[in-house]
Design a protein around this ligand. Structure first.
Ligand code: AMP
Ligand code: ZN
Length: 467
C-alpha cells in the first residue's frame, strides 16, 4: 500500500479522484504501446513521458507497480474505425521489407528514444503477435455469449448489447456515430455503426503476410482486442490504471472496455488516465500526417532529449501543448542552467535530514496531486534558495529526480568530450606513464575527472566510466 495520498484525474468519472487500487499490494498499470510502423514522434513521446511520471510517482509514494505495455505489430488499420490498410503492412510494402523486420526495427528505435528521455522500460513489453491464443479465447467466449457475431467472414463486437457503451467519453452517441460514418468507407457488414472488428478473415489485401489459424478462419486480430488480451493475460481481471493519449479515448479505449467487461462480466479498470496532445503550429501532430519531429530531429539540432522532457514537465499533462523550436530552445537554456547549477553543488557536507524529509513530503504532495510536474519544478528552484548547505540541497533534488528523471545531479559532459577525445587522452596518459612522467599522467586523469569521466586502470588496460 502506498503510504501517501495520490490524486489523479479519471476520464471515467471526469474528475480528480483519490487513488485507491483494487488490491492494496500491487498497482496494475497498462499503457498502450506504439504502433511500430515508423519512428515515434515527439507528440507520442509526450504521452510516454506522462506515463513514466505516473509510474514513478506511484513507486515514490510507496506503491508496488506492475506495468505492462503492448507493441502493436498487427491489426492497426489506417483509420481507427477499422477501415483502410494495415499500417504495418503499408510501411513494410513501401520499404520492401517484411512486417516483422519493420516491427523489429521500429521497436528498437522506440526503446532507444525512450531511453534517451529517461523513460523506464515497463516491466512487461509484449508484441501483439505473441498473444494470438489469448484473443482467440476472448473472441470465442464473446461469440458464445452473443456479444460478438460473424458477418461476411469477419467477427464483430455488437455494441448494442451493452448498457453503456459510451461511458468513457463526453461525446454524445450521435456525434460519435457521425464521426465513424465520416471515415473513408463504411463497412456494410456491421449491424451497428459503432461495432468493431475483433478478427479479420476477409482482408482486402492479399499481401497481409501475418495470418493465423483460428476457429473463425485464417486471419488476424483487430487492434482493440490486442490491448484487452494482453492486459487480461498479464494483469488479470482487475486493472487499476490504463493510460494513453486523448485520441485513444474513442474508439480504442471505449472498445477495450466494451469487450473486456463483456468477457469478464464485471467492471474492469478503475482509473483511465489520458495525456493531452502535443500539437504542431498547424494542428495535431500525427504519424499518419507524415510529421517527422523525432528525437533524432532534436539531436541533429544539438538539443538534448532531456531538454524536451523538461519542456514537457513545465506544463500539465492535461493541457494541450503547442510545439515550437523557439519554446524548446528556451526550455533547453533553462534546463542547461538548472542542471549546471545542481550538478556542481558540493557533496561533502553534513546533510540536514529533517529538512530533507520536509521537502520530500512537499514534493510528494505536489506530484501526488494529479502529477503537477510544473509545481514540482518550481519546488526544485525553491530548494536552491533554501538557507542550508549545498549537499542537503543536492540530496533533496536527487530524491525529486527519481520521479522527474532529468539527470539534474549528474555531471555535465562537455561537448568536446566524446569517445574519440577520451581515447586520445588515455593514449597520451599511457605514453606519459611509459616516459615515467607521472605528473602529466595524473594531470590528464584529473582533467578528465573534472569533465565527469573517471578512468579505471585494469589489468587489460585503462577503461573509463561516465559519472
Ligand atoms: P500510436 O503509436 O500511434 O499508437 O500512438 C502512441 C501513443 O501516442 C498513443 O497513446 C497515442 O494516444 C499518443 N499520441 C498520438 N499522437 C499524439 C500527440 N500529438 N501528442 C501526444 N500523444 C499522442
Ligand atoms: Zn491500447
Amino acid at each position: 500500500m502506498g503510504d501517501e495520498d495520490m490524486k489523479i484525474y479519471n476520464t471515467l468519472s471526469k474528475q480528480v479522484e483519490e487513488f485507491i487500487p483494487w488490491n492494496s499490494k500491487e498497482v496494475k498499470m497498462y499503457t498502450c504501446g506504439p504502433t511500430v510502423y515508423s519512428y515515434a514522434h515527439i507528440g507520442n513521446l509526450r504521452t510516454y513521458i506522462m506515463e513514466d511520471i505516473l509510474e514513478k510517482t506511484l513507486r515514490f509514494l510507496g506503491y508496488n507497480v506492475k506495468r505492462v505495455m503492448n507493441i502493436t505489430d498487427v491489426g492497426h488499420l489506417s483509420s481507427d474505425a477499422d477501415t483502410g490498410e494495415d499500417k504495418m503492412v503499408k510501411s513494410a510494402k513501401e520499404a520492401h521489407k517484411s512486417v516483422l523486420d519493420i516491427a523489429k526495427f521500429y521497436t528498437e528505435a522506440f526503446f532507444r528514444d525512450t531511453k534517451k528521455l529517461n523513460i523506464k522500460r515497463p516491466d512487461v513489453v509484449s508484441p501483439a503477435t505473441d498473444n494470438i491464443e489469448e484473443y482467440i479465447k476472448i473472441i470465442s467466449k464473446l461469440l458464445d455469449t452473443g456479444y460478438a457475431y460473424q458477418a461476411n467472414g469477419n467477427i464483430y463486437f455488437d455494441t448494442s448489447k451493452l448498457k453503456d457503451y459510451y461511458k468513457l467519453t463526453n461525446m454524445k452517441a450521435e456525434d460519435l456515430i457521425s464521426g465513424v460514418r465520416d471515415t473513408v468507407e463504411e463497412d456494410v457488414n456491421k449491424r451497428n455503426k459503432t461495432d468493431f472488428v475483433l478478427w479479420f478473415t476477409k482482408s482486402k489485401f492479399d499481401n497481409q503476410d501475418l495470418k493465423w489459424d483460428s476457429p473463425f478462419g485464417v486471419g488476424y486480430p483487430g487492434w482493440h482486442i490486442e490491448c484487452s488480451g494482453i492486459s487480461l493475460k498479464y494483469l488479470g481481471e482487475y486493472l487499476d490504471i490504463h493510460c494513453g493519449g486523448v485520441d485513444n479515448i474513442f474508439p480504442h479505449h471505449t472498445n477495450e472496455i466494451a469487450q473486456s467487461e463483456a468477457y469478464i462480466g464485471h467492471d474492469w479498470c478503475k482509473y483511465w488516465v489520458h495525456g493531452e496532445h502535443l500539437n504542431s503550429a498547424d494542428g495535431k501532430m500525427s504519424k499518419s500526417k507524415g510529421h517527422t519531429l523525432t528525437i533524432s530531429t532534436l539531436e541533429e539540432k544539438n538539443i538534448d532529449p532531456l531538454a524536451y522532457r523538461f519542456m514537457v514537465l513545465q506544463s500539465h499533462y492535461r493541457s494541450q501543448l503547442t510545439f515550437s523550436f523557439e519554446a524548446l530552445e528556451l526550455a533547453s537554456n533553462t534546463y542547461k542552467k538548472l542542471r549546471k547549477k545542481v550538478s556542481s553543488l558540493r557533496e561533502d557536507e553534513e546533510i540536514n535530514n529533517s529538512l530533507k524529509e520536509e521537502y520530500i513530503a512537499k514534493f510528494k504532495e505536489i506530484i501526488g496531486d494529479d502529477l503537477n510536474t510544473a509545481n514540482a519544478l518550481t519546488l526544485v528552484y525553491d530548494v536552491l534558495k533554501l538557507d542550508v548547505n549545498e549537499t542537503t540541497q543536492k540530496e533533496i533534488i536527487r530524491e525529486f529526480d527519481k520521479v522527474l528523471s532529468l539527470d539534474l545531479t549528474k555531471k555535465i559532459i562537455e561537448k568536446d568530450v566524446d569517445e574519440e577525445y577520451i581515447k586520445e587522452m588515455i593514449a597520451k596518459r599511457n605514453e606519459a606513464k611509459l616516459n615515467k612522467d607521472y605528473g602529466l599522467a595524473d594531470k590528464i586523469r584529473d582533467e578528465l575527472l573534472a569533465k565527469g569521466i573517471k578512468l579505471n586502470d585494469t589489468r587489460d588496460g585503462t577503461t573509463y566510466e561516465v559519472l
